[in-house]
Design a protein around this ligand. Structure first.
Ligand code: DAK
Length: 256
């Protein structure tokens, strides 16, 4: 079977690289299957703390594979239940850092928006061009893009099919950092390694809590954050982190 993704680990970081360069990493069904399996395997691996999801230089991903959908119909789409797979990506508890260069379109942009921190090359182009195919975003694009950029930009991108440059995406709040094109992967690794040194439970709860901000009213989100904050005072890493600060040394976080 073709390897639609490549997997490696570096220190405490699990790296997944989308591997259909000739098709600009179009997300076919097999790739999605392999991707979800790899993400879940990394998520349950106690040796790893952060995941990096990378595309290639020319494309992070140019969308779902149109060949998989061209002859499809509503019944088949419902039965295929692709959403279940995307839902599993949403449930990954470790932080995912996306390394994005080139085309990042349609399902590719939606996949990127499932990630937690996005490092973009200055060459990256973002868009939801489904409208040009007679459909609309199907994996959260209308919701996540709107929450990230606000209604005006989201409407413009989704209804006209136009792309945002990396600079526009940064200004709109869609990506975290824009770097020169030769550094998009190394910068993502740098960010991942930094997070990998933090207390794992604090990182996990902090990710969970930030995601809540997207999904709930403020009062409910604050309540949720408060409970997770209290919970961290039941960990050894909280004691270690604060003690290390007072003793002017680096903390030794164990994840306990
Ligand atoms: N699907 C299949 N093949 C693709 C592709 C795609 N999305 N994008 C590119 N390719 C293929 C091209 O067909 C071409 O293949 P060959 O002809 O060489 O065999 C190869 O990649 C190189 O592409 P180009 O020759 O077109 O390269 P250019 O530099 O000229 O143009 C481009 C690059 C990115 C502007 C162009 O390829 C393009 O417009 N691509 C399509 C972009 C697009 O419309 N993306 C949205 C697809 S719809 C769902 C979840 C998600 C979705 C739906 C449902 N569920 C959970 C149910 C998402 C839907 C979508 O993403």
């Amino acid at each position: 079977m073709a390897e639609e993704i490549l997997i490696e680990t570096q220190d405490r970081v699990g790296v997944i690289t989308l591997n259909r360069p000739k098709q600009l990493n179009a997300l076919n069904l097999e790739l999605m299957k392999q991707l979800v399996a790899a993400l879940e395997a990394f998520d349950t691996d106690d040796n790893l703390r952060v995941i990096v999801l990378a595309g290639g230089e020319r494309a992070f991903a140019a969308g779902a594979d149109i060949n998989d959908m061209a002859d499809s119909n509503v019944v088949e789409q419902v039965k295929r239940n692709q959403f279940a797979r995307w839902e599993r990506i949403r449930r990954i508890s470790k932080p995912i850092v996306a390394a994005v260069s080139g085309h990042c379109l349609g399902g590719g942009c939606e996949l990127m928006m499932h990630c937690d921190i996005i490092i973009a090359s200055e060459t990256a182009q973002f868009g939801q061009p489904e409208i040009n195919l007679g459909v609309m975003p199907g994996a959260g694009g209308t919701q996540r893009l709107t929450r990230a950029t606000g209604k005006a930009t989201a409407m413009d991108v989704i209804l006209t099919g136009r792309t945002l440059s990396a600079a526009e995406a940064l200004a709109a709040g869609l990506v975290s950092r824009v770097v020169p094109k030769e550094h998009f992967f190394s910068e993502a690794m740098k960010v991942a390694r930094t997070i990998a040194q933090k207390a794992p439970l604090a990182v996990r709860f902090a990710k969970e809590s930030v995601l809540k901000a997207h999904e709930t009213a403020l009062s409910e989100g604050l309540e949720y954050e408060r409970k997770l904050f209290y919970l961290l005072f039941a960990t050894q890493d909280q004691r270690e982190g604060m003690k290390a600060f007072i003793e002017k040394r680096k903390p030794n976080f164990t994840g306990e």
